[in-house]
Design a protein around this ligand. Structure first.
Ligand SMILES: Cc1cc2nc3c(=O)[nH]c(=O)nc-3n(C[C@H](O)[C@H](O)[C@H](O)COP(=O)(O)OP(=O)(O)OC[C@H]3O[C@@H](n4cnc5c(N)ncnc54)[C@H](O)[C@@H]3O)c2cc1C
Length: 453
């Protein structure tokens, strides 16, 4: 959004809590943020919470220019058209799939999204695709089609020569030299300044010092947890909760922090075999070896569209395993019905909010995930992949002995995809980075239209 506004000649200050490492070409970025082959754990905000069985879960969010796009898995899935049509139908005119298609095309171009070619697919991922087809899901070379159905294929990714092409490279780099753009890094916004009922700036801590930054227009885009935290600290939220924390109420808005939802996931995990190690090593001699590359979209009986589950296997180095590798076959539910809430613990901006996604509170979510897990159990038995999978690293119950639901609740994880609770009314059945870029482009257009006619 910042890039679009600058390109139109507006003066923009991007205020970011984390560091700004400059343009890609400046060479100042840490290697782990550049390497798209694995998920880095540096630059995390440190949110923590619970799963449905009380298990402790990390809710990773990146604190760096580019946000989570600078440390994410680089899968760029647009989802299904019906979800955007549903946004429009439920009171958001202008947000239907047909209206958003040009913005999807623009974001895909900016983020340099491409699909892995067959010879770039590493052996484990190739094995998964073969096994998925054997388990009844057709191969498609375009899993990113907004009109698409169930299918499996290579993931579309924003990876350029092994580099995670984050939104800072895609959008900010082309305008970094423009005098209209200022990037204020290491600046944590504490609250919005409100004068005469209007947002007039933000109160921030810049390099440890309190500062007030003024502007005609404030766009809050601090992510799924950061945005409601700032609003609540600014006195915009449920009046009762704010009063309890001693925060003066500007607007009693119960929706702030509500409707919080995330895509729950369940992981089958195995030690990698010697055969896997040998084949990965051989592959890595001539090709770039990413951990995740393939995807299957499948439908549970609960699906209210053509598919509602993603299976997105990966391998990761694990010194504790005899062959040095761990294989993960996760199932993610794209359309959770469960809704939770984010609440401030105190008015102190240094304290992270309490994040409760209410994972699997709705029985339909457990049933959908269970369907996916049963399908994944079929996949891992197929000869195309079975030779790479050693002993299970987690208990695999007999699907028929009645404990599957309990097992899912007590050991599920998530797909890292809470979307901005204040903006997405319902997560599209996508990976959210691309829809997030589209929302940014679209809102920039809404800001600019009245100015340009
Ligand atoms: C480990 C991981 C893997 C993922 N993999 C994928 C994937 O493969 N594909 C996909 O589509 N999606 C993936 N995602 C999700 C995707 O990256 C996010 O949905 C997307 O980045 C959300 O964008 P956003 O702008 O809403 O928020 P964010 O990316 O969270 O950006 C928010 C920014 O605001 C800053 N901020 C927050 N609070 C403040 C404050 N108080 N003051 C100043 N700045 C502040 C943050 O530091 C951050 O830079 C993944 C996420 C994670 C964590």
């Amino acid at each position: 959004m910042a890039a679009r506004l600058v390109e139109a000649g507006l003066r923009v200050a991007v205020v970011e809590a984390g560091p700004d490492y400059g343009s890609y070409r400046s060479g100042g970025w840490p290697t782990e943020l550049l390497d798209a082959g694995a998920l880095p754990e540096t630059h995390d905000w440190g949110y923590r919470g619970q799963g449905a069985g009380g298990q402790r879960l990390a809710f990773e969010r990146a604190r760096v220019i580019g946000g989570c796009s600078a440390h994410n898995g680089c899968a760029q899935l647009a989802g299904w058209r019906g979800d955007y049509d549903a946004w429009a139908a439920s009171g958001c005119p202008g947000w239907s799939c047909e209206e958003l298609r040009p913005w999807f095309a623009g974001s895909i171009e900016r983020l340099r999204v491409r699909r892995f070619s067959p010879e770039e697919i590493q052996p484990f991922q190739r094995g998964f695709l073969g096994a998925a087809v054997a388990a009844g899901v057709p191969f498609t070379d375009d899993v990113d089609d907004l009109d698409g159905e169930v299918g499996c294929g290579p993931e579309p990714v924003n990876v350029v020569d092994g580099i995670r092409w984050n939104t800072a490279f895609a959008y900010l780099d082309p305008v970094r030299d423009r005098r209209e753009l200022t990037i204020v890094a290491e600046a944590t916004v504490e609250s919005v300044l409100i004068a005469n009922g209007r947002a007039s700036g933000v109160r921030a801590r810049v390099a440890g010092q309190p500062r007030e930054l003024r502007a005609d227009l404030i766009v809050l885009c601090a992510g799924v947890y950061g945005t409601p935290e700032i609003l609540l600290r600014s006195g915009i939220g449920p009046a009762g909760d704010l009063a309890e924390l001693g925060i003066g109420v500007h607007v009693d808005l119960p929706a702030v922090g509500a409707n919080l939802h995330d895509q729950p996931a369940f992981q089958l995990e195995f030690a990698g075999t010697e055969r896997l190690r040998e084949e990965l090593e051989l592959f890595a001699r001539t090709c770039w070896l990413p951990e995740e590359q393939a995807l299957a979209k499948i439908a549970s009986p609960m699906a209210d569209g053509p598919f509602d589950l993603n299976v997105y296997p990966w391998v990761e180095p694990d010194e504790a395993q005899p062959a040095g590798w761990r294989c993960v076959v996760p199932v993610g539910l794209l359309t959770p019905k469960s809704r939770g809430r984010l609440r401030l613990r105190s008015a102190d901006p240094g304290e992270r909010a309490e994040v409760d996604h209410a994972y699997l509170a709705e029985a339909a979510d457990v049933a959908a995930l269970a369907h996916g897990v049963l399908w994944a159990l079929q996949v891992v038995r197929q000869p195309e992949i079975a030779g790479y999978l050693g002993f299970p690293l987690r208990f695999l119950p007999d699907p028929h002995d009645g404990v599957l639901d309990k097992w899912i609740r007590s050991t599920h994880a998530h797909y890292w995809h809470p979307a901005d609770a204040s903006v997405f009314q319902r997560l599209p059945r996508a990976t959210p980075a691309l829809p997030t870029a589209v929302v940014g482009e679209r809102i920039a257009d809404l800001i600019l239209k009245p100015r340009t006619g």
